[in-house]
Write a protein that binds this ligand. Structure first.
Ligand SMILES: [Zn+2]
Ligand SMILES: [Zn+2]
Length: 315
């Protein structure tokens, strides 16, 4: 089964390379880049796969029981642009650069010093015999890291200036998941990739974890009236749970529900709101209109400007 998928994947990559990329490289006299370009196709295809999987799961749910009508088509299109730029452009680029240079350099350094950082499998050898348990442990640790990254995004003024773009959206759909500042995306990639490297996630399992995170995060932004019930709400982040995080609420009621996959962190650190079965309006009335309804470039610029102002203020 896995081998058949691998073969199909390679066949598609080969086809894209031969029909689109190779002729273009040839025409431009850049054939020395052919090998790099082939690796690159793999990363872009992986981004495309994420978009397709998320769409197939989330779009029918949004059609089934929407929280609110899709009135602001322009804002939704901006979020779709965010997804395309992030999944098919920026993240494949980061992955490519990291794989090509940083990883080679790190493993070179490690080999030279003779020191191998301890991984979870070395600390807990039982994980080697239980691959599914190992996968779950990796997901839990990475999710813990994501919880704290999210807390910090709200805690530090300069980081909030960037994360504010994500919270400015008043027409929230599953596309909103990717509505982030480029700089914030880069920090996130280093944070998550670095943690995965640190705990020794096998490279073969990392894509699976990325897909899991993607589906969970996109679903939590979906415009669907869905909660996972009394017990489920405590186990997995639902659209209800995350909508409260984005909600326009009264004072003292905001700043809740930071978790990405497992709400247990909000439970442990007392930041959870598990009670209310409400689906509030989303957005942040305190943010400038540029951040809410401006196009991609305006939002990026507004985030950068506010970050600069926050840094100056902090000094
Ligand atoms: Zn947030
Ligand atoms: Zn969100």
């Amino acid at each position: 089964m896995i081998e058949a998928l691998q073969d199909a994947w390679d066949a598609v990559a080969g086809w894209i390379f031969e029909t689109l990329v190779q002729p273009a490289l040839f025409a431009a006299g850049l054939m020395e880049w052919a090998e790099d370009a082939f690796d690159w196709i793999g990363f872009v295809m992986f981004g495309g796969l994420q978009v397709v999987v998320v769409y197939l799961i989330c779009r029918p749910l949004e059609a089934w029981r929407p929280v609110e009508p899709r009135e602001d088509g322009r804002s939704i299109r901006t979020d779709i642009l965010y997804t395309m730029l992030t999944r098919l452009g920026l993240l494949p680029l980061i992955a490519f650069v990291v794989f090509a240079s940083v990883q080679a350099r790190i493993s070179g350094m490690v080999a030279e010093s003779g020191w191998i950082p301890p991984t979870l499998e070395m600390l807990f050898p039982v994980l080697r015999e239980w691959p599914l348990l190992a996968l779950l442990v990796y997901v839990v640790v990475i999710d813990f890291g994501e919880y704290w990254r999210h807390r910090f995004q709200h805690m530090f003024g300069w980081w909030w200036a960037l994360h504010a773009i994500h919270h400015a959206q008043r027409q929230m759909t599953f596309w909103t998941d990717d509505r982030n500042h480029i700089l914030d995306d880069m920090i996130g990639a280093v944070w998550t990739g670095g943690l995965a490297l640190l705990i020794g996630v096998p490279p073969g399992q990392f894509p699976l974890i990325v897909i899991l995170l993607r589906v969970a995060e996109a679903l939590s932004h979906a415009n669907v009236r869905l909660s996972f019930g009394r017990v489920g709400e405590w186990l997995v982040v639902s659209p209800r749970f995350h909508r409260l995080h984005h909600g326009v609420l009264g004072s003292g009621e905001t700043g809740k529900n930071y978790a990405v996959i497992f709400p247990v962190w909000d439970w442990i650190f007392r930041t959870g709101d598990f009670r209310r079965d409400v689906f509030p309006r989303t957005g942040d009335p305190e943010l400038p209109e540029d951040m809410a309804t401006g196009g991609w470039l305006r939002q990026q610029w507004a985030g950068l400007r506010r970050m600069g102002a926050a840094l100056v203020k902090a000094r």
